[in-house]
Design a protein around this ligand. Sequence first.
Ligand SMILES: *Cc1c(COP(=O)(O)O)cnc(C)c1O
Length: 750
Amino acid sequence: MDTNNFTNRHVGITTEESPYMLETVGVSSIDELITQTIPANIRLKEPLDLPEPMTEREFAEHMNELASKNEIFTSYIGMGWYDTICPAPIQRNVLENPVWYTSYTPYQAEVSQGRLEALMNYQTVICELTALPLTNSSLLDEATAAAEAATMLYNSRNRTQVKAGANVLFVDENIFPSTMAVLHTRMSPQGIQIVTGDYRAISFTEEMFGAIVQYPNEKGSVEDYREFVKSANEKEIRVAVGADIMSLVLLTPPGEWGADVVFGSTQRFGTPMFYGGPSAGYLAAKDKYKRHIPGRIIGISKDTYGHTAYRLALQTREQHIKREKATSNICTAQALLASMVGFYAVYHGAEGLKNIANRIHSTAGFLAVELEKLGYKQLNKNFFDTLYIRVPEQISVNALREIALECKVNLRYFDGGEIGISVDETTQLTDIGVLLYIFAGAAGKDYMLEEAIPEKRYIDSLFIRTSEFLQIEVFQKYHTETELMRYITRLGRKDISLAHSMISLGSCTMKLNAASELFPLSRPEFQNIHPYAPEEQVEGYIELIENLSSYLGEITGLKEVSLQPNSGAAGEYAGLRVIRTYLENKGEGHRNIVLLPASAHGSNPASAIQCGYKTVTVKCDENGNIDLTDFREKAEANKENLAAAMITHPSTHGIFEPDIKEMCDIIHACGAQVYMDGANMNAQVGLTNPGVIGADVCHLNLHKTFASPHGGGGPGVGPICVADHLRPFLPSHPVLWGSEENTVSAAPFR
Ligand SMILES: *Cc1c(COP(=O)(O)O)cnc(C)c1O
C-alpha cells in the first residue's frame, strides 16, 4: 500500500473486504453497482475538472502558504466579533479532540450524556447571564438569532393582535448592520413589516407586536431601556434585546428589566474569530415561550434507575415533526462552539468572568480618558467595552488610518468620520500604548503611557449588575487546567463518537474528518482574523474561499456559489430566497407554492414556510420513491402559482430517483425552479450532479458530506450553488459588499 496516498489512509474498506460486500448485494464489481444504482441519463460523461489530489504533506504546505497570505492585525472593529483567549486546555481537549468534534447530534441520550452535560452548562450560562429561565443549546449566529426572536414574538401575539393583523416590528436604528440586514431578509416573506428609528422617539401603535433594541448598542452605548420596555409592555408589545454576553457579566441583565427575549453571540466566550467562521448564537426567553422557542433544548430527566440524566427536551417542536407547521427551520446549530462556551465559563467561574469583564471595561475607560487628553471626544456616556470617538476637525481621519495600518491595527471607521474602538479580553497595556501612539501621532501630540491600567468603573451605577450568577457546583470546581482536563475527559468517555466506533445513525452520511484537514483551524493566521478586516490582510482566506467555491461549483455543476449560509437548513432558506427574488424580478412574484415529496427532510417544508411559501406534498411509494404521476398532477394543478420543487437526491432512503430528469422538466415547464437538497451529495460526487440532472439551486451540508466535522450537532456550513441566471440574487452583505439583499448570516462567509 502506498502510505503516502491520502485515499489509502482514509478509506476504510480493504481489498479483502470489498468482494464480500459486492457478493452480498449481488454484483460483480463496483462499476456494476454504480451502473445499476444511478440512472444512465444522469451520469457525468467527463471526469470532474479538479486539481490533482495532494498528499497530506503537500496539503500541509499548501495551507502554510495560504496562512502566510493572511496578515494578523489587532482588530478593534467590534460589530459582533472580538479577539478572545481560547484557553489552551479547551482548544486542545475540545476543539482539537475527535471525541468532541466528530460526535453526532445527541438524539440517543444514552450515548450522549457527556455532550448533553456540556450543552447544559452552556444553557446555564445563557440563562443566568441574561436572567431569563428558558434557552436552547445554540442558534447559528447573532443575526439569525434576532430573526428567530422576532418570528417567535410574532407567533406569540395575543388574540387582539392577531385579529388586528398586528405585523409591525420596531427595530432600533442602532443595531449591528448585519443584524438589521438579516431581519430585512427574514421578515418580509412572513408579512412582517420593519419600522426603524430612535427608540426614544418611537410611538407605539396598534399594528406593532414587537420591538428590538441592542444593549450595548452598535456604537457601544449602554442605554437605559427600562421606560421603553415598560411602555411597550403596557401595549402588549414584546421586547427582544440583542446583548453582548460578556457585557452581561457587568451590566444589569435585560431579564431583570423586563425583556421578553435576549439574543446575541457567544463568540467572545473563548471562540476564535475565524474570519467570521462559526460561533454560537444564543436566544433566551421567558417561560411562556416554551412552545415557541426554536432549536434544541437540553433538559434534565431521570433514567430508569432514578438517576439524573440529560436528554433533548421538547423534541416535538422540532421541524422534523412539525414540518410545515414548524415556526423555525433550525436543525444543525453550533453545538461544538456552544460546548466550548460552556467549558470557558466552567474554567473561569463567576469570579474569573468578572475579572475578565472588569478588565475589559477598565481598559476601555482608561483609553477613553487618555484619548480625551489628546483632544478626542468620546461620545458614549455609558459604555462597556466600545468607545465612539469624534475626531477633531483639524485631524485627518485618513492620516490616522494610515498610521493605524502601519501599526497593524484595524479600527472601525464610521461614514461620518467617527471612530469605533472595541476593547477585548486580549487588550494589554502595550496595546493601549500602540493606540495612543496612533491617535497622538495623528494629532501631532506627545503622549505618556501610565504604568498600569487602574481598575475602575466608568458607568452609571444604575447599570451595574447586582445579582449573582454561576453559583452552582460545576462552575466552582474546575478552575485549574488539570481539573478541567479531567472533567472534559470524563464527559467525553460517556459519549460515542468516531473515536470510539462507527456511528450508524443519520441519513446524512457521516464522513471523513481527517486530522490533517483540521490542523489549519488551530493556526492563529486562520483564528485571529476579524470578518471585516480589509481585503489586503486576508488574501489567504480569499484564495481559500475562491478555490472552495470553484471546486463546489465543479462538483455540483452549478457554478455560482455562496458560502454565507451556516447550516443546511440556512442554505435551503437562502436558496429559496434567491428563487423568490429571481421570480419577483421576472414579474412573477405571485408564485408562492413549493412542491415537496412526503419523504422530504422536515427542514424543507419549514424553510419553505419561513420563506413565505405554501407547500404541497407529493406522495411517495412504500420504498420512499416519489410517485411520478402524483408529482405531475400536483405540478400541473398548481402550474400558475408554482415557485419551486424541492427534491432530495439521492433520497433520504438512499435511492437515486429514476425519474429525476423528467421531474425537473415538469417543473421547468410550469415556469418554476428546481431546488435540490444536497445533504446526500457525497453519493453523487464525480458520478452525477445537480447541474446535469437539471436543478437550478442546491445546498451542500459540508458538515455531512465534506470534511467539516459534525461537532455533536454543529457547526454547520451550508453553501448554496446556483445556475447562472440566479447569480445576481445570491446573498450580499451590508458591511463588506454594501447591499442588504438576501443577507442570511451575520458574517459574509462562514
Ligand atoms: C441534515 C439535513 C438537512 C438540514 O441540514 P442542517 O445542516 O442540519 O440544517 C436537510 N435535508 C436533509 C436531507 C438532511 O439530511
